[in-house]
Design a protein around this ligand. Sequence first.
Ligand code: GDP
Ligand code: MN
Length: 386
Amino acid sequence: MRLFEHEAKALLAKAGVAVPRGVVATTPQEARAAAETLGGQGARGFVVKAQVLAGGRGKAGGVRLCDTPEAVEQAANALLGARLITAQTGPEGEAVHAMLVEEQLAIAREHYLAFTLDRRCGQVALVAARTGGVEIEAIARRDPKAVLHAPVQDAPLDAALVARVLGHLGAADDAALGEMLEAMRALVWARDLLLLEINPLVRTEDGRWLAADAKIVVDDNALFRQPELAPLAENRTDDAREAEARRLGLSYVRLAGTIGCMVNGAGLAMATMDLIKLHGAEPANFLDVGGGVREEAVAAGMRLLLSDPHVRAVLVNIFGGIVRCDLIARGVVRAVADTGARLPIVLRLVGTNEEEGRRIVAEAGIPVRWARELNEAARLAVEAAR
Ligand code: GDP
Ligand code: MN
């Protein structure tokens, strides 16, 4: 689960990591009032930041520097309710529902600092680079030696590593930065974070260190023991379909294509998506109904696909093991009856109770195309969507 910047900064602040003073606003008027408040506290300028779950906002116009509360109001007015398209959002962009209005910092230097779960070493790694404000991948491409990378454990950072990081950032003997590193490391374990990325980590003209941006990804599998974070999962997506799927306990991700897919098993779902692409179309979603799915959830998942305006054909690809083909068939039939959808449906049901599954669909009299092999199923679905 990715957090919004303002949520991430609230966590950091609580953990003792300094962040710019800021206020969240959901209307232009609130944004202006926030700027007036910050001005009253001594801010000499403002930054208005669109709150979306994607980076690259700066280059996309989602981060605006403003001199006056009036300018803040105008910037918020331009961004709120619009869709922000950044290098990380995809072509549809992401709807902007809130702004973070912050005091403007007098920036002397920008660095990159992160703690990330590194799958190669199977540990959390500290990643630091002297150049900030740029994506770490771009920095590493330009000069791999510019990126310091070191494994860390669930124990206070040792002095030698802290000294190495400070040296790398050109801040040798800066005790305040050393303390900030340790506070961030502790936060990673306390909150079960998969990623804590501060880019840029800012050194101000007056010598303070602040997290000017923050990206946090929480491990979904640990939400059960994070009572403060778990409720945030509710409003994570502005996609009504994704929210509904989450409620149903289905693994569903919206994609940009036209073929709705219902599959059991993540591996099979990926293979199905690959074959759709191979046949010249794009999947409209990833949907793994899993093994222990119930008929209601199958029907609800199918309704999601059938009611999606982007979907032009649905491919149901089930390899019945734990999940039974008759249960899937009942769910599909129910969803078609409920929605009255006339979209082409391609069914591939093989494995447990496949005969009964076929019978149920045939008796319901809904028009579907049957496929025996996966490759054929993908081809039929792509043809049907044309
Ligand atoms: P991102 O593009 O989505 O990663 O958004 P960031 O929060 O990282 O903002 C992008 C850039 O805006 C930063 O790299 C900074 O250069 C600039 N920026 C952000 N906050 C401030 C600020 O308070 N003062 C100044 N001068 N620049 C800022
Ligand atoms: Mn950033």
